[in-house]
Design a protein. Sequence first.
Length: 207
Amino acid sequence: MSTSSRTINPIPFNPRLLSMPGFSERQILEHFNVLYKGYVNKVNEIREKLQFANRQEANATYSEYRGLKKGETYAMDGVILHELYFENLGGTGGLPRGNLLYRLEEDFGSIHSWRHDFMAAGMAARGWAILTFDPRDGRLHNYLLDAHDHGLVANTTALLILDVYEHAYFIDYGTRRADYITAFMQNVDWTAAERRWEKLTTQQDHS
Ligand code: FE
């Protein structure tokens, strides 16, 4: 089996991330180059090793195959969540526009209520706060994840992602997570969330 077609590559670095108020160059570059690219490399390493892993001895307590598959899920979620995070940063904060704003107001009562709840999810999570669309009830929800692979509600679509792992803010803020979340909100690129929403609603229109 060829490995090259299965190799994943990091997204390009957006230079706007280096001029965000409230984020130092070191904070962003270590997060992107060390943490995020580290997950990309691990996915490739794990998938290479999976080609040769022993399936016959697969076991739910411990086995080589289980270890690799658990690592694959964790690392791949790390890749996807970080890509969504970096893509929805580098903007000027404020409010979303158009239909996404309308839906946030409808589902949360007001944009202020949504924002208050999303920031609370950021304070309460051990890993990530996520604004998602859940097709089960057709509504927007704020959810939290305690790790890359713990807490994501199945079949939901992520629209806005906030990384609250300490590595995302400790260089700039130490233990002051609330200040980091405020800075995040001031640098949200709502066009990324609006694009995700538009893609989702377009798909639904055609289904
Ligand atoms: Fe992170």
